[in-house]
Design a protein around this ligand. Structure first.
Ligand code: NAG
Ligand code: NAG
Ligand code: NAG
Ligand code: NAG
Ligand code: NAG
Length: 536
């Protein structure tokens, strides 16, 4: 059912080494869903009882080349083959790891990688499909608010606990790397402790009026129901990740495409409010999280503070997949899917706001949704036999760029130390940058405009990465490319005797013109690194 499956099983004697994060790849723009360590659990899915087995999988998408991913359970360890940037792998998770009815278990799954990745958990059993974007362990919290739960026939009204379909929702609490105590706060509070990577399941009974989960050390929390009744005597799994509680007010724009066309849609606000979704009033301001509920779907809404410039969506084979986008009305022209502008977008205004939304049907497989100059919200929405599933799309970047989906933003830095050309090369390299090469593969107009911004009024000359070969007197760029189009000042360059290195003028009216100069002269360097882009 998935395009690529399976992985390689290591010999059981393999020792587990936690791989160090490659420090070259840290970025200050990390999104909430990007990381190198994740913990997941697969809530029990008893829909379509016998004989259909659940198909649970972890979907990993890499951001960098040479990514090594390891999947660890309480008794097994798997490695995926080394992946390149932008690859997606689905790893089938053994059915035995689906949670049972017991309130405590060791059935967590840990995903580790040497470089940043995003992880989705997918559970599928015939027409019961649920997907969840997994939060990396370093972004988990010690405090979660339990939202009010909708009344769903069968799931919450009957208080008999004997039959799973008549049980209430449950919280699935997964501990991180450290033992922790857990308090579930409410009218009928519960306290217990968890060992690392242990899973607890707590029934959310109406009369207990459970409000919050508090722990000593970070945990992940899912809200799930094993078998919510549907029409024609069927039922389906329902699940959603709870997002860490935030104290400040968040603003949510709720696109009509997420709402049901045939039944009520509710918004579960974690500050204990349950509201009917009203398309004429699609903005919600609240502290805490907001989850959209409609039959078959619990979906975390994306607050405005989490808008991003690039998202990746993996459409599932043999199902209907779509992308829902929310963006400011003035920025709709910059949306791209893959390398193409958005086709037939059919933007709809969110009433009473400056925002617009659209739904675009996509094929199964990977889609990169990015913006050339602004941030937006993107959801993945799918359906199987008219029952929806979905999640906020995985955000890759918050640095919009006309070139694509930025994993590591471009850097242009005019150094603060005036030194010789050779020292300037070192100054840049010490910062993982390179003295700028203005060769033909660069967008030189763009680099000049970045230099204009970085020069901050200074008119002093600066070193660039161009010098004369002492062997043959030819000019060459540090990046090894041909000199190509040049920007020498009038009468420049002079002879070999005038100097072996090229310096750039920042004086107004000089148009960044170059001349040759003595390499030992002191000037500040222009250091540069291209953005690293996510493959489209
Ligand atoms: C789990 O169930 C056992 C036995 O029913 C009970 O003693 C224990 O307190 C429960 N733990 C939690 C976390 O509810
Ligand atoms: C859910 O059902 C209970 C009891 O039937 C009722 O008191 C409550 O108002 C209902 N809640 C919602 C949000 O409909
Ligand atoms: C949010 O508020 C709660 C309760 O007032 C407090 O315990 C917690 O530390 C606060 N969290 C943050 C991130 O400020
Ligand atoms: C060069 O960069 C500018 C932005 O500074 C952009 O508008 C232009 O399209 C780019 N040209 C090419 C060929 O990419
Ligand atoms: C720009 O120049 C001003 C005054 O010359 C200085 O105060 C400021 O710190 C500079 N900004 C940067 C980013 O270097």
């Amino acid at each position: 059912m998935f395009p690529v499956l399976l992985l390689f099983l290591l010999s059981p004697t393999a020792t587990l080494t936690v791989m160090a994060q490659d420090s070259d790849f840290s970025t200050d723009q990390q999104k909430n869903n990007i990381g190198t360590k994740f913990i997941v659990a697969f809530p029990e899915n008893i829909a379509y009882y016998h004989p259909i087995l659940p198909f649970n999988s972890i979907e990993v998408t890499t951001l960098y080349d040479q990514t090594k991913v390891q999947i660890k359970t309480h008794n097994q360890l798997f490695w995926l083959e080394t992946l390149t940037a932008g690859e997606t792998r689905n790893v089938f998770i053994d059915v035995s790891l689906e949670l049972k009815k017991t309130n405590m278990s060791n059935e967590a799954v840990v995903v580790l990688s040497n470089k940043d990745i995003v992880v989705n958990a997918i559970t599928l059993k015939d027409n019961s499909v649920q997907t969840a974007l997994v939060i990396p362990t370093d972004k988990l919290s010690t405090r979660y608010l339990i939202p009010p739960l909708p009344n769903i026939t069968g799931a919450t009204v009957d208080t008999s606990l004997a039959v799973t379909e008549r049980r209430p929702f449950k919280l699935v609490i997964i501990s991180g790397d450290r033992p922790t105590t857990v308090s579930v706060v409410g009218q009928n509070p519960q306290e217990f402790s968890l060992q690392p990577q242990q899973v607890a399941q707590i029934l959310v009974k109406k009369e207990d009026k459970l409000k919050e989960v508090h722990t000593d050390h970070p945990v992940a929390v899912l809200l799930s129901h094993a078998c919510v009744l549907r029409s024609s005597c069927t039922c389906g799994l329902l699940q959603s990740t709870l997002l860490p509680a935030k104290n400040h007010t968040l603003r949510f724009f709720i696109p009509p495409a997420l709402a049901s066309r045939t039944s009520n849609t509710l918004i579960l606000v974690s500050s204990s409010l349950l509201v009917d979704y009203d398309p004429t009033s699609p903005v919600l301001e609240t502290s805490g999280a907001a989850i959209l509920y409609r039959p078959g779907l619990l979906l975390n809404l994306i607050p405005e503070t989490d808008f991003a410039s690039c998202f990746v969506v993996n459409g599932i084979s043999l199902m209907e997949n779509s992308i829902v986008i929310v963006i400011h009305k003035d920025f709709t022209d910059g949306v791209r899917i893959g390398d193409a502008p958005l086709q037939s977008p059919g933007w709809q205004k969110l009433q009473g706001t400056n925002y617009m939304s659209t739904e675009v049907v996509v094929e199964p497989g990977k889609h990169v949704v990015w913006h050339t100059y602004a941030n937006m919200a993107v959801y993945f929405l799918g359906s199987k036999s008219d029952v929806p599933y979905g999640n906020p799309a995985a955000a890759i970047s918050t640095s919009p760029d006309f070139r694509g989906c930025v994993v590591i933003p471009e850097v242009l830095l005019i150094g603060d130390v005036a030194a010789g050309w050779r020292e300037s090369v070192k100054f840049c390299r010490d910062r993982d940058l390179e003295l700028v090469s203005l060769s033909s593969s660069e967008n030189i107009t763009h680099i000049y405009s970045e230099i204009e911004k970085a020069k901050n009024g200074s008119e002093e000359d600066v070193w660039i990465g161009l010098r004369r070969s002492s062997h043959n007197g030819e000019w060459y760029w540090l990046n090894g490319e041909d000199v190509g189009g040049v920007n020498w000042d009038d009468g420049e360059p002079g002879t070999m005797n005038d100097g072996q290195c090229a310096i750039m003028s920042l004086k107004s009216g000089k148009d960044f013109g170059w001349r040759d100069d003595d390499c030992c002269m002191a000037a500040r360097p222009v250091c540069y690194r291209r953005p690293l882009l996510f493959p489209l």
